[in-house]
Design a protein around this ligand. Sequence first.
Ligand code: DAU
Length: 346
Amino acid sequence: MSADFPRSLLMTGGCGFIGSNFVRFWLSRFPLSTVVVYDLLTYAGRRENLGELWGHPQLHFVLGDITDLERVRQTCHEYAIDLIVNFAAETHVDQSIARPLVFTETNVRGTHVLLEVARELGIRLHQVSTDEVYGHVPEPQQRSEDDALWPRSPYAASKAAADQLAQAYFITYGLAVTTTRGSNTVGPYQHPEKAVPLFSTNALLGQQLPIYGDGLQQRDYVHVHDHCAGIEAVLLRGTAGEIYNVGTGQDITNLEMVDVILGTLGKDRCLIEHVTDRPGHDRRYSLNVSKLHALGWAAQYTCQQAIAETARWYAGHAEWWQPIRNGTFRQYYQEHYGQRLPDTDL
Ligand code: DAU
């Protein structure tokens, strides 16, 4: 390892979807580095997501909130952290429409606390962000890292605010900050509130798939393994103060996404149910990913391959998602989809 190679990493939100996949990815690549998972274990952060990694000699766990400055500081001291990778966030757009304040608290204030601790200790911070900060992208445009931010949901606005705080810390304090803006990420351990796992598990249960509006919204679905490799490329070869988009550079409609899921699982299109649209629903996201390509990264999965692989994972891991669907998710589902799908029943 070179002198500036990160040796002790604080992975906030390391029990969440992208976070847990990244912990697994990183420890498989660099088994001698120390990984400290710092997670509050809210509904989407789950111990089960780290599965077989519990007991790994280089993995440590701290139960904590990223808005708790003292606890973050103490953890960084205790484990001699030299890099914070911030995966911790509230991430579901529909939840942000229903209860927006928690998004500001975690995503904005939480990121600010991490930046403060990084500044105080003089350590590097990587911010895991989203393509949603660019807002709706009219066809045939794509968004590059220097384009203006036009977030349109409380979630996207909170992530945009956090990105701008991170850039401000680089400019004002010279803090070594990098940021990645990922597109719609799919793969193992994603909470079933998100479209691909929701549609996969509903299809497996023989339930209707609630498609918002006409289903012609477009998204770029990147496999979480590719997303993790993109973050790794930035951690190892990125430049401080720079932002990098992560995605396949393609985009497909929600109906195309659903067709891949149904085709993969051998289920019928009669399960499709068009329902009342999400308020302020962004019609299209599309990323220019040439800056990350210049770091030697390329997506291994197309959108279709990423979705199909994910649907297969859910088909083979009912023991992971059934307890979630039988837990507090049930109430959320009834509240959120009850009006949209009158016959709703889990
Ligand atoms: O683009 C990156 C973002 O992708 C991430 O930053 C977010 O954390 C992640 O939630 C995702 O945002 P989306 O809103 O695009 O993802 P979601 O899985 O909620 O929805 C994908 C598409 O499917 C979107 O057009 C809305 C639609 N959808 C979603 C749900 C949950 C439906 O038609 N019906 C549904 O029930």
